[in-house]
Design a protein around this ligand. Sequence first.
Ligand SMILES: Cc1cc2nc3c(=O)[nH]c(=O)nc-3n(C[C@H](O)[C@H](O)[C@H](O)COP(=O)(O)OP(=O)(O)OC[C@H]3O[C@@H](n4cnc5c(N)ncnc54)[C@H](O)[C@@H]3O)c2cc1C
Length: 420
Amino acid sequence: MTQDKFSVAIVGGGLCGVACAVGLLKLGIKSTVFEATPKFGEVGAGVGLGPNALRALEGLGILDAVMARVEDKEFADRRSLFVSGHGTHETVYDYENSTEWTVADAGLAIHRAAFLDALVPLLDPQTTQFNKRCSSITTLPSGVHRIHFTDGTTHDADLVVGADGIRSTTRGAVVDESAADKLLQFTNTVAYRGLVPTEALVRDGLKTDLTKRLHMFLGIDKHLVVFPIKSGKIINIVAFSTDNSVPVGSVAVPGPWVQPVPQQELLDEYAGWGPDVRIMLNHMKTPSKWFIHALKPLDTFIRGRIALVGDAAHSMCPHLGSGVGQGFEDVYVLCQLLAHPSTNLSNLEDVLRAYDTVRRPRANMVLERSFRAGVIYESFGKPGYGLQDMEGHLAGIWEPIWRHDLSGDISTAMAALSAS
Ligand SMILES: Cc1cc2nc3c(=O)[nH]c(=O)nc-3n(C[C@H](O)[C@H](O)[C@H](O)COP(=O)(O)OP(=O)(O)OC[C@H]3O[C@@H](n4cnc5c(N)ncnc54)[C@H](O)[C@@H]3O)c2cc1C
């Protein structure tokens, strides 16, 4: 049985850590998940999953469990309709024109908590440990990694998966420790997030039908991403605002990266925007403000027998809604490699090198594209781009991410492993 060959510890029980534990278990590999918080939990927000993310979940054997939690209309069309944030919200670009994907092919939006609800029951509760915050990882002469926790305890594992998110501690064990702090930068963009009942928006005179499509409301230095969840009954709103007066990386955020803010701050940010934007913001009574940080592309996702997945490896701007999808691709490739018949304790480092060879270039490409997408969205209107420029920039923007041959990645990774 594969599980006897080596022990696996997963640091972080977020979307990627849990997907990894379940994916491994389905392949007969037991792991232990160490989560810093007292229980599994997710912020009350939606998350968009592109077709590539769904294919990765399918490969992991967990798509059905996730789909069982998705309400019909959550097949909201991911092919964005870009509209002006001002005036009468004229159409800027319809992504349907870019692609032959059907609605069903184009991904879905799901409430984050529903995703965990789908997967957590598939985990063995005995193999999850809560209140375990990793503080560092050391390596014993045998090559075994020792995970140190803030409560003074340790855990030894042959293989460590670092799935501890954007402020990852495990990243410090993979990249040059002195550089680790400088790799994560505030992007000068903040995001205000909220969930609003559709009914309330319509009652106040909303003209745009937000129940079927993902809408992007564009303007200079700001944009909103708006999509339906819960069968269109709830609208997920993320309002971004960027300070372009200072270079990226020059501002450090001293306080928490997520803060509750008075609604007035949000209303002031969008003063003068169009009527539907104002209606949406008026209903975000208790917005939370997220200081969007992103990693500079890492030179490696692995060291020894430690592999980073998800935001620990490639925390990116959310502008292409692709962060967790890249995390699921990581997890899918890693699980397949670990379950390969030729994988054993003695070649785990080769296995991780094969993982890094395939996953790092692609995830870093998506990371860089995600930053660039935000710049494009927030350049619409004078003195920025006009309609024709926008069409040129937006056409096909998701295609390299969505139309990707994941099984080809697995074959490439297997070939790299065989060659090592
Ligand atoms: C505003 C916004 C909108 C977004 N929208 C989308 C979208 O539509 N589509 C999309 O694909 N992505 C989106 N993303 C990105 C997506 O949320 C992340 O890529 C995803 O949550 C990463 O999952 P993860 O499991 O790697 O990390 P996380 O979900 O952050 O999980 C990390 C887990 O590790 C735990 N942990 C942290 N430190 C430690 C430690 N030291 N020891 C033990 N445990 C630890 C945490 O408690 C947490 O449970 C968005 C992000 C933002 C900010």
